[in-house]
Write a protein that binds this ligand. Structure first.
Ligand code: F6R
Length: 590
C-alpha cells in the first residue's frame, strides 16, 4: 500500500526512480510523483492516474539531478487528486517527503503549527516535511530533524526525506511499514520492496522498526531512536525472482490463472522432515488459530476443514483485522498460523505480534520471501508460486491450499501421499482450464449486465464460494455474496428473483444431494443456476464442467472456473482486472 523509492548517486535520478516505481505500482496506482534536487533546487512532478499516464502528462524525464524520491499512492487520508499525491513539501518548497503508512496524530501535530505553517493537502503525510522544516529552522541537520520527528509521530510509517539545503543526502525512517536500503555501483537506494532495486544493487540491509538512516552516494549509516550510530551488517543481495512479463496474455490475472498447474507443482517442493515437525506442533498445541485476510482467509477456511476431516484436529480461523478482539484467549499453548501472500499485510502483522506477546508459537505461510512476516514468525512455509502481479490473488490461493493439504496429511503421517495427490491434481487443473475457458467467456457475455451474483456451496467448498464471490467483486465491480448453501433460506433467499445468477459449486461429493435441494429452492424463486460440477443435473441453466477428483481435493479444481468467470466478466464490462479500482496488492495499513 503505497510504494516509495529513493536514489542518490552518480546517475540521473528521475529515470532510475521512475523505473523502480513501475515495479512498485502494485502497491498503489491512484496517483504518482517524483521529486529531484538539481542546481535549480527542489523540483516536483505529480499527478493522478496510473504511472504511465502520469508520466505522459508530467514527463518525469524533465526532472534533473542525481538525487530523487518517488511514490505511487493508494489513498488513505485525502481524496485522489494531484494535491494529495506525494511527494509533499514544507512551506519553503525545500524539503520533500514520500511516505507509506498512516501518521495517526497528524491533526494534533498540525494544530500546533496553526498560523505558522501552510498545509496544502488533506493528507496525514504533509505533517512530516513541516515538522522537519521546523526542526531544521532550529539548527538541526536533516537527520537530526528526522530523528526528532519520529519521536513526535504515532502510527505506521516508512518515509524518505530530501532537502535542497543538503543535496546528495536522503534520510529515511521506518516503523511497521517495509523499508530496505541497497548499495550499488552507481549509488544508494531505499525502497519498500527489494524487487524495485535495479540490477547491481548488490548489498542490502533491512531498516528495523524505529531506525533512521542517512544515504549518500557512497554510504548508508543507521541511527537508533536515541540518535546513536548503529553498526549494521549489509548482506549480499540474493536477488528477487524476476516478475516475467504478460507473455501471450492480455492481463496478468489470466496469465496467473493459467500458470496454476505449474505453480501448484512448485508448492510441493517442501522438506518432508520440516512438515513432520510442523504437524507435531499442530497436534501438540492446546489450540490452533489461523489468521489471515481476504483470499488468504478463504484458503485458511479450507485448511480448517482439512485439519478436522483428515486429522480430527479442530482449529479456528480468525480474520486478522478482528484478531485483537480475541487475543484474551491466546496463550503460550496456542499455535497461531498466519497466511499471507505478501507477508506484509498490516492486520496480519499486528495479529502475529500480539500472538508473540502472549507467548504463542507462530507459523507463517507466505509467498514473498524476506517479507516482514517471515522475519517475525517462529517458523515459515514458503508457498513458492513466484511473483503474483495481478492485484486479485489466484495462483497464491491454490498454492496456499496445497500447503494446507500437505500439513493435514503430515498430521496423519502421509506427507508423500499428499505430494502425489497434489501432483495428480495439477494435471486435472490443466484440463479444466483448457476445457472450459471459452464456454465461461460466453456465460460472462450473457450475464455481464447483472447486478448481483450469489455463490453457494457446502462443506469444504463453502470457502470456494466465498472466494469466487470475492474475485467477482474485486475485478468486475458486480455485487456478489458467497455463503453456505444451507444458509440461503435463512434470509438471503429473499433477494433471489427472476434471472438472478446463483453459482452453485456442487461437485459430485458428500454435498451433492443437499446442494440439489438448495439449488431447487433458488430455482423455484426464478434464480438462474450455474452449476460448477463434474456431475450433470437438469436443474442447471448453465453447466461448467469440472474434472472428477477425490472428494476433499475439489477446492483445487472448482476455484479455477470461478477465477475465469470473474476475469471474463471484468473484461466483458471493459474493466482492467489487473488493477481494480480502490485496491492495492499489498495492504500495509490497518
Ligand atoms: C483478493 C486479495 C486480497 C488479499 C488480502 C490479504 O484477491 O488479493 O483479499 O488476499 O488483502 O493479502 P495477503 O495474502 O497478502 O495478506
Amino acid at each position: 500500500m503505497c510504494g516509495i523509492i529513493g536514489y542518490t548517486g552518480n546517475e540521473a535520478a528521475a529515470p532510475l526512480v521512475f523505473e523502480a516505481l513501475t515495479k512498485l505500482e502494485y502497491r498503489g496506482y491512484d496517483s504518482a510523483g517524483i521529486a529531484c534536487i538539481s542546481e535549480k533546487g527542489l523540483e516536483i512532478k505529480k499527478e493522478v492516474g496510473l504511472l504511465s499516464d502520469v508520466d505522459a502528462k508530467c514527463n518525469f524525464s524533465l526532472l534533473n539531478g542525481h538525487v530523487g524520491i518517488g511514490h505511487v499512492r493508494w489513498a488513505t487520508h485525502g481524496k485522489v487528486n494531484a494535491v494529495n499525491a506525494h511527494p509533499h513539501v514544507d512551506c519553503k518548497g525545500k524539503i520533500a517527503v514520500v511516505h507509506n503508512g498512516i501518521i495517526e496524530n497528524y491533526q494534533e501535530l498540525m494544530g500546533r503549527f496553526k498560523g505558522k505553517h501552510k498545509f496544502l493537502s488533506e493528507t496525514d503525510t504533509e505533517i512530516l516535511p513541516h515538522l522537519i522544516e521546523d526542526f531544521m529552522a532550529k539548527g538541526k541537520s536533516l537527520e537530526e530533524a528526522v530523528i526528532e520527528t519520529t519521536r513526535l509521530i504515532h502510527g505506521s510509517y516508512a518515509f524518505l526525506a530530501i532537502s535542497s539545503d543538503c543535496p546528495e543526502k536522503i534520510v529515511g525512517a521506518r516503523k511497521d511499514s517495509p523499508l530496505l536500503v541497497g548499495l550499488g555501483e552507481s549509488g544508494s537506494f531505499a525502497t519498500s520492496d527489494p524487487g524495485a532495486f535495479p540490477a547491481g544493487t548488490n548489498r542490502q540491509a533491512f531498516v528495523e522498526d524505529g531506525e533512521v538512516f542517512v544515504m549518500t552516494p557512497e554510504n548508508i549509516c543507521f541511527f537508533n531512536p536515541e540518535g546513536n550510530l548503529l553498526q549494521k551488517e549489509f548482506s549480499v543481495f540474493k536477488g528477487v525472482p524476476a516478475s516475467a512479463g504478460k507473455g501471450e496474455y492480455d492481463y496478468f490475472m489470466l496469465k496467473e490463472i493459467a500458470e496454476q498447474p505449474d505453480t501448484l507443482r512448485c508448492s510441493i517442493e517442501q522438506e518432508k522432515n520440516f512438515f513432520t515437525e510442523l504437524a507435531m506442533d499442530i497436534l501438540r498445541a492446546k489450540q490452533v488459530v489461523i489468521t489471515a485476510c481476504g483470499t488468504s482467509r478463504y484458503a485458511a477456511l479450507v485448511g480448517r476443514y482439512l485439519f478436522s476431516r483428515v486429522a480430527k484436529k479442530f482449529c479456528d480461523v480468525i480474520m486478522s483485522s478482528e484478531f485483537q478482539y480475541f487475543s484474551d484467549s491466546i496463550d503460550a499453548a496456542t499455535l497461531v498460523i498466519a497466511v499471507s501472500q505478501s507477508g506484509e499485510t498490516a492486520d496480519v502483522m499486528e495479529g502475529v505480534k500480539r500472538a508473540k506477546e502472549k507467548g504463542a508459537m507462530t507459523l507463517s505461510i507466505v509467498n514473498r520471501p524476506d517479507s516482514l512476516l517471515t522475519r517475525i514468525s517462529d517458523k515459515v512455509i514458503h508457498i513458492n508460486c513466484g511473483p503474483e502481479i495481478s492485484v486479485a490473488a489466484t495462483k497464491s490461493f491454490t498454492n496456499q491450499l496445497a500447503i494446507f493439504y500437505l500439513l493435514a496429511y503430515s498430521m496423519v503421517n502421509q506427507f508423500d501421499l499428499a505430494v502425489k495427490k497434489i501432483n495428480d491434481i495439477s494435471h486435472n487443473m490443466s484440463y479444466s482450464m483448457n476445457g472450459t475457458g471459452e464456454y465461461i467467456q460466453q456465460i460472462a457475455e450473457l450475464l455481464k449486465d447483472e447486478n448481483d451474483f450469489y455463490y453457494i456451496a457446502r462443506g469444504i467448498n463453502y470457502a470456494i464460494a466465498s472466494e469466487g464471490a470475492l474475485k467477482l467483486k474485486e475485478v468486475s465491480y458486480i455485487h456478489a455474496e458467497g455463503m453456505p448453501a444451507g444458509e440461503l433460506k435463512h434470509g438471503t433467499l429473499a433477494l433471489i428473483d427472476k434471472g438472478v445468477p446463483v453459482v452453485a459449486i456442487c461437485p459430485n461429493d458428500y454435498t451433492f444431494d443437499e446442494m440439489l435441494n438448495n439449488m431447487a429452492e433458488a430455482k423455484a424463486r426464478g434464480g438462474l443456476i450455474i452449476g460448477v460440477s463434474d456431475r450433470y443435473d437438469p436443474i442447471y441453466d448453465h453447466w461448467i464442467k469440472i474434472n472428477e477428483v477425490e472428494e476433499i481435493f475439489y477446492p483445487l479444481v472448482t476455484i479455477v472456473p470461478l477465477q475465469q468467470l470473474a476475469y471474463h466478466l471484468a473484461r466483458s464490462r471493459g474493466k482492467n482486472p489487473d488493477k481494480p479500482r480502490n485496491l492495492a496488492k499489498s495492504v500495509t495499513v490497518k
